[in-house]
Ligand binder design. Structure first.
Ligand code: 4AD
Ligand code: MG
Length: 447
Protein backbone atom coordinates (compact mmCIF):
# COMPACT_ATOMS: atom_id res chain seq x y z
CA UNK A 1 0.00 0.00 0.00
CA UNK A 2 1.07 3.56 -0.50
CA UNK A 3 -0.32 6.87 0.63
CA UNK A 4 1.53 8.85 -2.01
CA UNK A 5 -0.31 10.90 -4.63
CA UNK A 6 0.21 9.82 -8.25
CA UNK A 7 2.04 13.06 -9.00
CA UNK A 8 2.83 16.57 -7.69
CA UNK A 9 1.62 19.92 -8.98
CA UNK A 10 5.14 20.90 -10.11
CA UNK A 11 5.00 17.98 -12.60
CA UNK A 12 1.45 18.58 -13.71
CA UNK A 13 2.33 19.59 -17.30
CA UNK A 14 3.47 16.03 -18.01
CA UNK A 15 0.00 14.74 -17.15
CA UNK A 16 -2.18 16.86 -19.40
CA UNK A 17 -5.32 14.92 -20.31
CA UNK A 18 -4.57 12.19 -17.79
CA UNK A 19 -6.30 11.20 -14.59
CA UNK A 20 -4.21 11.85 -11.45
CA UNK A 21 -4.64 11.87 -7.70
CA UNK A 22 -3.19 14.87 -5.89
CA UNK A 23 -2.79 15.23 -2.14
CA UNK A 24 -2.59 18.55 -0.36
CA UNK A 25 -4.25 21.34 1.54
CA UNK A 26 -6.97 23.87 0.80
CA UNK A 27 -5.57 27.34 0.29
CA UNK A 28 -8.91 28.87 -0.50
CA UNK A 29 -12.38 27.75 -1.60
CA UNK A 30 -15.25 29.46 -3.41
CA UNK A 31 -18.69 28.20 -4.40
CA UNK A 32 -20.99 29.12 -7.26
CA UNK A 33 -24.21 27.10 -7.51
CA UNK A 34 -23.31 23.60 -8.64
CA UNK A 35 -19.58 24.39 -8.68
CA UNK A 36 -16.96 24.36 -5.94
CA UNK A 37 -13.53 25.83 -6.75
CA UNK A 38 -10.72 24.58 -4.53
CA UNK A 39 -7.32 26.28 -4.52
CA UNK A 40 -5.19 23.30 -3.70
CA UNK A 41 -1.52 23.47 -2.68
CA UNK A 42 0.67 20.42 -2.32
CA UNK A 43 3.98 22.03 -1.38
CA UNK A 44 5.33 21.99 -4.93
CA UNK A 45 2.77 24.40 -6.33
CA UNK A 46 -0.90 25.34 -6.47
CA UNK A 47 -3.74 24.41 -8.81
CA UNK A 48 -7.45 25.10 -9.04
CA UNK A 49 -9.58 21.95 -8.64
CA UNK A 50 -13.07 22.33 -10.07
CA UNK A 51 -15.81 20.22 -8.49
CA UNK A 52 -18.93 20.10 -10.67
CA UNK A 53 -21.93 18.51 -8.94
CA UNK A 54 -22.77 16.33 -11.95
CA UNK A 55 -19.25 14.84 -12.14
CA UNK A 56 -18.95 13.57 -8.57
CA UNK A 57 -20.90 11.49 -6.08
CA UNK A 58 -23.34 13.17 -3.70
CA UNK A 59 -20.94 12.48 -0.82
CA UNK A 60 -17.96 13.96 -2.63
CA UNK A 61 -19.90 17.13 -3.46
CA UNK A 62 -21.01 17.52 0.15
CA UNK A 63 -17.42 16.98 1.27
CA UNK A 64 -16.18 19.63 -1.19
CA UNK A 65 -18.73 22.14 0.13
CA UNK A 66 -17.62 21.48 3.71
CA UNK A 67 -13.93 22.20 3.02
CA UNK A 68 -12.25 24.92 5.05
CA UNK A 69 -8.91 26.68 4.75
CA UNK A 70 -6.00 24.27 5.46
CA UNK A 71 -8.14 21.12 5.42
CA UNK A 72 -6.12 18.21 4.02
CA UNK A 73 -7.43 16.00 1.25
CA UNK A 74 -6.91 13.82 -1.81
CA UNK A 75 -8.50 14.83 -5.10
CA UNK A 76 -8.74 12.66 -8.20
CA UNK A 77 -9.49 14.07 -11.61
CA UNK A 78 -8.16 14.89 -15.03
CA UNK A 79 -5.68 17.61 -15.87
CA UNK A 80 -6.87 20.19 -18.36
CA UNK A 81 -4.79 23.00 -19.86
CA UNK A 82 -6.31 26.40 -19.14
CA UNK A 83 -4.65 29.61 -20.26
CA UNK A 84 -6.34 31.68 -17.58
CA UNK A 85 -5.07 29.53 -14.71
CA UNK A 86 -1.87 30.81 -13.02
CA UNK A 87 -0.35 27.31 -13.23
CA UNK A 88 -1.63 26.88 -16.79
CA UNK A 89 -3.78 23.91 -15.76
CA UNK A 90 -6.90 22.99 -13.87
CA UNK A 91 -8.10 19.76 -12.36
CA UNK A 92 -11.61 18.49 -13.24
CA UNK A 93 -12.49 16.60 -10.10
CA UNK A 94 -14.00 13.10 -10.25
CA UNK A 95 -13.52 12.17 -6.64
CA UNK A 96 -12.41 13.79 -3.44
CA UNK A 97 -11.52 12.45 0.00
CA UNK A 98 -10.98 14.57 3.10
CA UNK A 99 -8.10 13.52 5.36
CA UNK A 100 -8.71 16.14 8.04
CA UNK A 101 -11.18 18.97 8.24
CA UNK A 102 -9.62 22.06 9.80
CA UNK A 103 -11.53 24.34 12.15
CA UNK A 104 -10.65 28.01 12.55
CA UNK A 105 -7.18 28.15 11.05
CA UNK A 106 -5.57 31.13 12.82
CA UNK A 107 -3.96 32.70 9.74
CA UNK A 108 -6.72 33.95 7.47
CA UNK A 109 -6.24 35.63 4.07
CA UNK A 110 -6.71 39.03 5.76
CA UNK A 111 -3.72 41.07 6.93
CA UNK A 112 -1.97 40.09 10.16
CA UNK A 113 0.79 41.94 11.99
CA UNK A 114 4.34 40.58 12.01
CA UNK A 115 4.21 39.86 15.75
CA UNK A 116 1.15 37.67 15.31
CA UNK A 117 2.65 35.90 12.32
CA UNK A 118 5.97 35.31 14.10
CA UNK A 119 4.11 33.83 17.09
CA UNK A 120 2.44 31.48 14.59
CA UNK A 121 5.62 30.81 12.65
CA UNK A 122 4.95 27.04 12.70
CA UNK A 123 1.81 27.73 10.61
CA UNK A 124 2.97 30.84 8.75
CA UNK A 125 5.57 28.77 6.85
CA UNK A 126 2.67 27.34 4.82
CA UNK A 127 1.76 30.66 3.22
CA UNK A 128 2.73 31.32 -0.40
CA UNK A 129 5.37 33.99 0.26
CA UNK A 130 7.03 32.15 3.12
CA UNK A 131 7.03 28.98 1.08
CA UNK A 132 8.71 30.80 -1.83
CA UNK A 133 11.27 32.44 0.45
CA UNK A 134 12.23 29.22 2.22
CA UNK A 135 12.49 27.42 -1.10
CA UNK A 136 14.94 30.11 -2.24
CA UNK A 137 16.90 29.51 0.96
CA UNK A 138 17.00 25.83 0.04
CA UNK A 139 18.28 26.71 -3.44
CA UNK A 140 20.97 29.03 -2.02
CA UNK A 141 22.23 26.22 0.22
CA UNK A 142 22.11 23.62 -2.55
CA UNK A 143 23.84 25.95 -5.02
CA UNK A 144 26.55 26.88 -2.50
CA UNK A 145 27.35 23.27 -1.70
CA UNK A 146 27.18 22.13 -5.33
CA UNK A 147 29.55 24.91 -6.38
CA UNK A 148 32.14 23.89 -3.79
CA UNK A 149 31.65 20.15 -4.32
CA UNK A 150 32.25 20.50 -8.03
CA UNK A 151 35.38 22.58 -7.42
CA UNK A 152 37.18 19.92 -5.35
CA UNK A 153 36.22 21.22 -1.90
CA UNK A 154 35.59 18.51 0.70
CA UNK A 155 32.89 19.04 3.30
CA UNK A 156 34.50 18.87 6.73
CA UNK A 157 32.10 19.17 9.67
CA UNK A 158 33.24 21.15 12.69
CA UNK A 159 32.01 20.98 16.29
CA UNK A 160 29.28 23.17 17.73
CA UNK A 161 30.37 22.66 21.35
CA UNK A 162 33.78 24.28 21.66
CA UNK A 163 36.15 25.03 24.55
CA UNK A 164 37.24 28.55 23.47
CA UNK A 165 36.26 31.67 21.53
CA UNK A 166 37.08 32.07 17.85
CA UNK A 167 35.43 35.39 16.87
CA UNK A 168 35.85 37.52 20.00
CA UNK A 169 34.76 36.89 23.57
CA UNK A 170 31.88 39.34 23.92
CA UNK A 171 29.14 37.32 22.22
CA UNK A 172 29.53 33.75 23.48
CA UNK A 173 26.71 31.45 24.51
CA UNK A 174 28.05 29.33 27.38
CA UNK A 175 26.94 26.07 28.90
CA UNK A 176 28.46 23.69 31.49
CA UNK A 177 30.22 20.72 29.95
CA UNK A 178 30.13 17.93 32.59
CA UNK A 179 33.28 18.14 34.76
CA UNK A 180 35.31 19.93 32.10
CA UNK A 181 34.09 23.45 32.77
CA UNK A 182 32.35 25.83 30.39
CA UNK A 183 31.73 25.09 26.74
CA UNK A 184 30.66 27.63 24.14
CA UNK A 185 28.40 27.33 21.14
CA UNK A 186 30.51 27.82 18.02
CA UNK A 187 30.57 31.35 16.57
CA UNK A 188 32.29 29.95 13.49
CA UNK A 189 33.75 26.63 12.33
CA UNK A 190 36.79 28.37 10.92
CA UNK A 191 39.56 27.38 13.31
CA UNK A 192 38.62 23.72 13.02
CA UNK A 193 38.10 23.85 9.27
CA UNK A 194 41.69 25.10 8.96
CA UNK A 195 42.87 21.69 10.23
CA UNK A 196 40.92 20.04 7.39
CA UNK A 197 42.52 22.45 4.90
CA UNK A 198 45.92 20.97 5.93
CA UNK A 199 44.57 17.49 5.15
CA UNK A 200 42.50 18.07 1.99
CA UNK A 201 43.77 21.39 0.58
CA UNK A 202 40.28 22.72 -0.08
CA UNK A 203 37.50 22.22 2.47
CA UNK A 204 34.33 23.81 3.78
CA UNK A 205 32.17 23.51 6.84
CA UNK A 206 28.49 24.26 6.92
CA UNK A 207 26.30 24.47 9.97
CA UNK A 208 24.58 26.61 12.56
CA UNK A 209 26.65 29.25 14.33
CA UNK A 210 25.78 31.30 17.39
CA UNK A 211 26.32 34.87 18.52
CA UNK A 212 24.94 36.19 21.79
CA UNK A 213 24.61 39.65 20.27
CA UNK A 214 22.36 42.15 21.94
CA UNK A 215 21.49 43.72 18.62
CA UNK A 216 17.98 44.08 17.33
CA UNK A 217 18.78 45.00 13.74
CA UNK A 218 17.10 43.40 10.77
CA UNK A 219 20.45 41.81 9.85
CA UNK A 220 21.18 39.94 13.07
CA UNK A 221 20.12 36.56 14.38
CA UNK A 222 21.59 34.87 17.44
CA UNK A 223 21.57 31.54 15.57
CA UNK A 224 22.41 31.57 11.87
CA UNK A 225 23.84 29.19 9.28
CA UNK A 226 27.24 29.79 7.78
CA UNK A 227 29.15 28.10 4.97
CA UNK A 228 32.92 28.49 5.35
CA UNK A 229 35.37 27.46 2.62
CA UNK A 230 39.11 27.37 3.38
CA UNK A 231 41.94 27.00 0.82
CA UNK A 232 45.61 26.10 1.24
CA UNK A 233 48.27 27.93 -0.79
CA UNK A 234 45.90 30.85 -1.36
CA UNK A 235 46.21 34.53 -0.55
CA UNK A 236 43.51 37.14 -0.05
CA UNK A 237 43.39 37.91 -3.80
CA UNK A 238 42.72 34.22 -4.55
CA UNK A 239 40.12 34.27 -1.81
CA UNK A 240 38.19 37.15 -3.40
CA UNK A 241 38.24 35.51 -6.83
CA UNK A 242 36.69 32.39 -5.28
CA UNK A 243 34.07 34.54 -3.51
CA UNK A 244 32.94 36.46 -6.59
CA UNK A 245 32.62 33.25 -8.60
CA UNK A 246 30.83 31.51 -5.73
CA UNK A 247 28.30 34.30 -5.13
CA UNK A 248 27.64 34.78 -8.86
CA UNK A 249 27.05 31.04 -9.33
CA UNK A 250 24.51 31.04 -6.47
CA UNK A 251 22.62 34.06 -7.80
CA UNK A 252 22.54 32.75 -11.37
CA UNK A 253 21.28 29.36 -10.22
CA UNK A 254 18.45 30.90 -8.19
CA UNK A 255 17.50 32.97 -11.25
CA UNK A 256 17.56 29.85 -13.38
CA UNK A 257 15.58 27.56 -11.08
CA UNK A 258 13.47 29.77 -8.80
CA UNK A 259 11.97 32.41 -11.09
CA UNK A 260 8.47 31.53 -9.95
CA UNK A 261 9.39 31.96 -6.31
CA UNK A 262 11.13 35.27 -7.03
CA UNK A 263 7.96 36.38 -8.83
CA UNK A 264 5.80 35.34 -5.86
CA UNK A 265 7.98 37.63 -3.74
CA UNK A 266 7.75 40.38 -6.36
CA UNK A 267 11.54 40.51 -6.50
CA UNK A 268 12.92 42.81 -9.18
CA UNK A 269 15.25 40.37 -10.92
CA UNK A 270 16.96 42.92 -13.19
CA UNK A 271 19.37 43.79 -10.38
CA UNK A 272 20.27 40.12 -9.97
CA UNK A 273 20.96 39.44 -13.67
CA UNK A 274 23.88 41.82 -13.25
CA UNK A 275 25.62 39.74 -10.59
CA UNK A 276 28.64 38.39 -12.46
CA UNK A 277 32.35 38.51 -11.72
CA UNK A 278 34.42 40.58 -11.28
CA UNK A 279 33.13 42.53 -8.27
CA UNK A 280 34.61 45.95 -7.47
CA UNK A 281 37.21 46.25 -4.71
CA UNK A 282 37.83 49.32 -2.55
CA UNK A 283 40.10 49.71 0.43
CA UNK A 284 38.88 50.58 3.91
CA UNK A 285 40.84 53.85 3.57
CA UNK A 286 38.97 54.75 0.39
CA UNK A 287 35.67 53.75 1.98
CA UNK A 288 36.26 56.07 4.95
CA UNK A 289 36.99 58.91 2.54
CA UNK A 290 33.86 58.21 0.48
CA UNK A 291 31.73 58.15 3.63
CA UNK A 292 33.15 61.33 5.09
CA UNK A 293 32.86 63.25 1.82
CA UNK A 294 29.20 62.18 1.48
CA UNK A 295 28.42 62.76 5.18
CA UNK A 296 29.86 66.28 4.83
CA UNK A 297 27.40 67.06 2.04
CA UNK A 298 24.33 65.82 3.93
CA UNK A 299 23.69 62.47 2.21
CA UNK A 300 20.95 60.31 3.78
CA UNK A 301 20.51 56.54 3.69
CA UNK A 302 17.45 54.29 3.41
CA UNK A 303 15.26 52.81 4.79
CA UNK A 304 14.53 55.71 7.19
CA UNK A 305 16.53 58.32 5.29
CA UNK A 306 18.71 58.97 8.31
CA UNK A 307 21.71 61.25 7.79
CA UNK A 308 24.89 59.30 6.96
CA UNK A 309 27.10 59.66 10.04
CA UNK A 310 30.80 60.50 9.52
CA UNK A 311 33.41 57.95 10.60
CA UNK A 312 36.85 58.09 12.21
CA UNK A 313 39.64 56.03 10.68
CA UNK A 314 39.90 52.89 12.85
CA UNK A 315 36.20 52.49 13.60
CA UNK A 316 34.13 49.63 12.24
CA UNK A 317 31.31 50.47 9.85
CA UNK A 318 27.72 50.68 11.06
CA UNK A 319 24.71 49.64 9.00
CA UNK A 320 24.22 53.10 7.41
CA UNK A 321 27.87 53.13 6.28
CA UNK A 322 27.55 49.70 4.67
CA UNK A 323 24.27 50.67 3.04
CA UNK A 324 25.81 53.84 1.64
CA UNK A 325 28.95 52.10 0.34
CA UNK A 326 27.03 49.27 -1.33
CA UNK A 327 24.68 51.76 -2.98
CA UNK A 328 27.62 53.20 -4.94
CA UNK A 329 27.94 49.95 -6.93
CA UNK A 330 25.63 47.69 -8.93
CA UNK A 331 27.41 44.54 -7.89
CA UNK A 332 28.52 43.41 -4.46
CA UNK A 333 31.63 45.33 -3.39
CA UNK A 334 34.67 44.06 -1.50
CA UNK A 335 35.96 46.42 1.17
CA UNK A 336 39.54 45.30 1.79
CA UNK A 337 42.24 45.90 4.41
CA UNK A 338 40.30 46.85 7.55
CA UNK A 339 42.08 48.15 10.65
CA UNK A 340 43.71 45.32 12.60
CA UNK A 341 41.99 46.64 15.75
CA UNK A 342 38.44 45.85 14.63
CA UNK A 343 39.10 42.37 13.24
CA UNK A 344 39.77 38.89 14.64
CA UNK A 345 43.19 37.80 15.95
CA UNK A 346 43.99 35.36 13.13
CA UNK A 347 44.15 37.79 10.19
CA UNK A 348 47.39 38.32 8.24
CA UNK A 349 48.75 41.88 8.49
CA UNK A 350 49.38 43.79 5.26
CA UNK A 351 53.11 43.84 4.55
CA UNK A 352 54.69 47.09 5.71
CA UNK A 353 51.38 48.27 7.19
CA UNK A 354 50.62 46.21 10.31
CA UNK A 355 47.75 48.53 11.29
CA UNK A 356 45.59 46.92 8.56
CA UNK A 357 44.91 43.27 7.70
CA UNK A 358 44.44 41.23 4.51
CA UNK A 359 40.72 40.76 4.74
CA UNK A 360 37.54 41.73 2.96
CA UNK A 361 33.91 42.15 3.79
CA UNK A 362 31.62 41.64 0.82
CA UNK A 363 28.72 44.13 0.91
CA UNK A 364 25.58 43.23 -1.04
CA UNK A 365 23.84 45.88 -3.14
CA UNK A 366 20.44 47.41 -2.33
CA UNK A 367 21.19 47.87 1.36
CA UNK A 368 21.54 44.25 2.49
CA UNK A 369 24.90 44.79 4.16
CA UNK A 370 27.77 42.36 4.71
CA UNK A 371 27.08 38.90 3.34
CA UNK A 372 30.64 37.54 3.55
CA UNK A 373 33.55 38.07 5.91
CA UNK A 374 36.88 36.55 4.95
CA UNK A 375 40.63 36.90 5.24
CA UNK A 376 44.08 35.51 4.71
CA UNK A 377 45.14 33.77 7.93
CA UNK A 378 48.39 34.26 9.79
CA UNK A 379 50.58 31.27 8.93
CA UNK A 380 53.60 32.19 11.04
CA UNK A 381 53.47 30.50 14.45
CA UNK A 382 55.22 33.27 16.40
CA UNK A 383 53.14 36.07 14.97
CA UNK A 384 49.95 34.12 15.58
CA UNK A 385 50.88 33.43 19.20
CA UNK A 386 51.64 37.10 19.73
CA UNK A 387 48.29 38.12 18.26
CA UNK A 388 46.49 35.64 20.53
CA UNK A 389 48.13 37.28 23.55
CA UNK A 390 47.40 40.79 22.30
CA UNK A 391 43.71 39.84 22.12
CA UNK A 392 43.82 38.84 25.79
CA UNK A 393 43.37 35.15 24.93
CA UNK A 394 45.32 32.34 26.54
CA UNK A 395 47.76 30.66 24.08
CA UNK A 396 47.52 27.44 26.14
CA UNK A 397 43.97 27.01 24.85
CA UNK A 398 45.05 27.42 21.25
CA UNK A 399 47.95 24.95 21.15
CA UNK A 400 46.21 22.67 18.67
CA UNK A 401 45.55 25.68 16.39
CA UNK A 402 49.19 26.76 16.69
CA UNK A 403 50.22 23.18 15.77
CA UNK A 404 48.73 23.79 12.32
CA UNK A 405 51.50 26.44 11.92
CA UNK A 406 54.20 24.24 13.47
CA UNK A 407 53.87 21.38 11.02
CA UNK A 408 53.94 22.22 7.31
CA UNK A 409 52.40 25.66 7.57
CA UNK A 410 51.27 27.36 4.32
CA UNK A 411 49.66 30.67 3.43
CA UNK A 412 45.93 30.05 3.39
CA UNK A 413 42.67 31.94 3.18
CA UNK A 414 38.97 31.46 3.64
CA UNK A 415 35.66 33.10 4.28
CA UNK A 416 32.22 32.66 5.79
CA UNK A 417 28.94 33.44 4.06
CA UNK A 418 25.79 33.82 6.16
CA UNK A 419 22.97 31.86 4.49
CA UNK A 420 20.25 34.14 5.84
CA UNK A 421 21.92 37.40 4.77
CA UNK A 422 22.55 35.98 1.31
CA UNK A 423 18.97 34.68 1.02
CA UNK A 424 17.50 38.00 2.20
CA UNK A 425 19.43 39.85 -0.49
CA UNK A 426 18.62 37.46 -3.34
CA UNK A 427 14.95 37.18 -2.35
CA UNK A 428 14.66 40.92 -1.66
CA UNK A 429 13.42 40.41 1.90
CA UNK A 430 14.14 43.36 4.17
CA UNK A 431 14.37 41.43 7.42
CA UNK A 432 16.42 38.26 7.73
CA UNK A 433 14.09 36.82 10.37
CA UNK A 434 11.88 35.38 7.59
CA UNK A 435 14.74 33.64 5.77
CA UNK A 436 15.07 30.86 8.37
CA UNK A 437 12.20 28.62 9.52
CA UNK A 438 12.57 29.47 13.21
CA UNK A 439 14.51 32.70 13.83
CA UNK A 440 16.34 33.12 17.12
CA UNK A 441 16.63 36.76 18.16
CA UNK A 442 17.24 38.77 21.30
CA UNK A 443 13.53 38.75 22.18
CA UNK A 444 12.42 35.64 20.35
CA UNK A 445 12.79 31.93 21.16
CA UNK A 446 9.16 30.78 20.65
CA UNK A 447 8.00 28.74 18.79
O1 4AD B 1 32.31 38.19 9.49
P1 4AD B 1 32.05 36.98 10.34
O2 4AD B 1 31.92 37.16 11.79
O3 4AD B 1 33.23 35.98 9.98
C1 4AD B 1 33.54 34.80 10.60
O4 4AD B 1 32.89 34.26 11.46
C2 4AD B 1 34.75 34.13 9.99
N1 4AD B 1 35.29 33.17 10.96
C3 4AD B 1 34.37 33.47 8.69
C4 4AD B 1 35.53 32.82 8.00
O5 4AD B 1 36.45 33.52 7.60
N2 4AD B 1 35.54 31.51 7.90
O6 4AD B 1 30.72 36.26 9.81
C5 4AD B 1 30.65 35.81 8.49
C6 4AD B 1 29.26 36.05 7.92
C7 4AD B 1 28.85 37.51 7.82
O7 4AD B 1 29.37 38.11 6.67
C8 4AD B 1 27.34 37.40 7.77
O8 4AD B 1 26.90 37.01 6.48
C9 4AD B 1 27.08 36.24 8.72
O9 4AD B 1 28.27 35.48 8.76
N3 4AD B 1 26.75 36.72 10.07
C10 4AD B 1 25.49 36.80 10.55
N4 4AD B 1 24.30 36.50 10.01
C11 4AD B 1 23.19 36.67 10.76
N5 4AD B 1 23.22 37.10 12.04
C12 4AD B 1 24.40 37.43 12.64
N6 4AD B 1 24.41 37.83 13.91
C13 4AD B 1 25.61 37.27 11.89
N7 4AD B 1 26.92 37.46 12.16
C14 4AD B 1 27.59 37.13 11.04
MG1 MG C 1 32.14 40.22 9.59
Amino acid sequence: MSLLPTTYIAQIAQHEGQEVTLAGWVYNKTEKGKLVFIQLRDGTGAIQAVVFKKNVSEEAFTAAKSLTQESSLYVTGSIRADERAPSGFELDVKDLRIVSLTHEYPITPKEHGTEFLMAHRHLWVRSAKQNALLRIRHEVIAAAQDYLNSNDFVRYDTPILTPVAAEGTTNLFATEYFDLGPAYLAQTGQLYVESGMMSFGKVYCFGPTFRAERSKTRRHLTEFWMIEPEMAFADQDDNMVLQENFVSAIVQRVLERRRDDLATLERDTAALENIKPPFPRITYDEAVEMINTAAGSGVTVPPEDQPLPPIQWGEDFGSPHETFLAAQFERPVFVVNYPTEVKAFYMQPVEGRPEVVRCADLLAPEGYGEIIGGSQRIHDVELLERRIREHGLNPEHYQWYLDLRRYGTVPHSGFGMGIERCTAWIAGTRHIRETIPFPRQLYRIYP
